[in-house]
Write a protein of this length. Sequence first.
Length: 25
Amino acid sequence: VSQMSSRLTSESRIYAEKAKDLNRQ
C-alpha cells in the first residue's frame, strides 16, 4: 500500500507541475 500511495503522490506532484506550466503560459 505504501508503494501505491507514494506513486500516487509523485504522479499528483507531476500533475501539479504541469498545471503550473499551463498557468504560466
